[in-house]
Design a protein around this ligand. Structure first.
Ligand code: HEM
Length: 53
């Protein structure tokens, strides 16, 4: 999973993003869902929502 590669494996360490190697698969999945939920909420609140006129 690209998300795990960045967050757990530290793919972006050279660019300044720290790695969080303590996260298990379930925690990573929950974190990703949390971020996706937040993003969906943001889209619903703003003009970025394509179904809101
Ligand atoms: C658990 C918390 C975090 C998560 C889930 C997370 C997740 C991510 C993800 C998915 C990306 C890639 C975004 C993309 O390519 O479009 C990213 C990029 C980045 N993150 Fe994090 N991040 C976290 C915490 C942090 C912290 C604490 C820092 C800094 C102290 C940080 C610094 C960065 C930087 C600088 C980038 C851009 C690297 C680049 O442009 O190559 N992140 N992060």
């Amino acid at each position: 999973m690209a998300f795990a590669t960045v967050v757990r494996d530290g793919a972006l360490v050279p660019n300044g993003m720290p790695r969080f190697e303590g996260f298990g698969d379930a925690e990573l999945a929950a974190l990703r869902q949390y971020i996706r939920r937040n993003d969906a909420d943001w889209h619903m609140r703003t003009a970025q929502n394509p179904i809101r006129q």
